[in-house]
Write a protein that binds this ligand. Sequence first.
Ligand code: LAC
Ligand code: ZN
Length: 468
Amino acid sequence: MALAGTDLATGLRALVGDAAVLDDADSRERYGRDETERGGGPDAPFFPPQVVVLPERVDQVAAVLRFASAQRIPVTPRGAGTGLSGGALPVYGGIALGLERLGRIRSIDARNLVVEAEAGVITADLQRAVEAQGLFYPPDPASRDSCQLGGNLAEDSAGPRSCKYGTTRAWVLGLEAVLASGEVIHTGGKNRKDVAGYNLTQLLVGSEGTLAVITAATLRLTSLPAATLTMILPFPALAAAARAVETICAEHDPAACEILEAAAIDAVGRLMPLPPMLRASAALLLIELHGEHRDRLLERAELLAAAAAAAGAGEAMVAYDAAEERRLWAIRRRVGEAVKYLSTYKEADAVVPRAALADLVLAARAAADRHGLQAICYGHAGDGNLHINLLRGDLDAAAWHARRDAAEGELFEAVAALAGKITGEHGVGWTQRRYLPLSVDPPTLALMKSVKAAFDPMGILNPGKIFP
Ligand code: LAC
Ligand code: ZN
């Protein structure tokens, strides 16, 4: 039996103190949204929790979960709220459990190339802290200046550099997490090898806050690349750019290989000035190379440009210094935000085996065209992962919903036919649940549900997510 708002807040204040519990209208409003389809105003999903709890310590997280279990109250864990699939939305109300105050980097162990950090650490802060010691934590979601480690772990977030270095999960050696019952568990550790029991670490990564609340992680590091090179290859069409990716990745091992179509770049052009050459072509690949010496990378860039030219690319542009590199990457990172300013939109985060990327591009375009919608495509070409944004434009609500659902459904059918998945890095969350059966067969889905029941028998943790 769920408690009413005030009783709930009073009970929680007795456990974790007044300062950690917010139930004023502003806070409930703020924690009732994330970045999912935001910018679209009234269309953006909004589910205010009854109460917001911001613990500072793991024992407080445990106390909140023990209480929520006893009272059968839904708990929605949350990082910075930068998610794009509604994972942090408290769709059944209850408690929004923000981990933002668990913000300590507990240790940087340079001898073992490991960092231990709490869920609320901002990803870019973690990167800067290890980089100050010549070390490197590669995962780089577009939102890295504001998103938090706990959210990255819950969603298995990725970004451009996962092309070479893998997604967040590739860097996780161990976790501290709190179960729905309030028990604190520790999985993995600092060891590079560990087959002592099931790999619960990797089960929790990407579980979208439905199995346990991650409070801290032990992360693997590597050494900072000595040299980097960023280059742009213009193409006459998006599919042509997509077709060039296979060879580039097979032969040149880029750290990042991103694809952008002109409409994505134009959207950013409304927020900031752009170099003219970025506006001149229908599509671009933005590529980053990592290595030991700049000279070697320049030689590699020449080979890469020649291979791309054979696949239809125009003249390549290489960023001449670090400031220019940062500028190009800032443009890329702002695409998601820029699309939000254009129109209400729905984003599909489709991923296919890399060699099928051009087919995915064509399928996305065809699905949008069939239903008279504009689609803006960009994303992580090297991972076969495309962000397909369907825009509402000036359609009325009924037409928009009908066309959006039809186009999206056809797109995901095509993705399944290409042996792809409905989401590569944004998560199933709340917005993509109905499509999960296109990516997971019935016995596998049934097993996932029993895993959920084993971790969270009462279903209090982030209910309403992942499963159709
Ligand atoms: C990006 C986010 C939207 O790649 O995933 O920009
Ligand atoms: Zn992305």
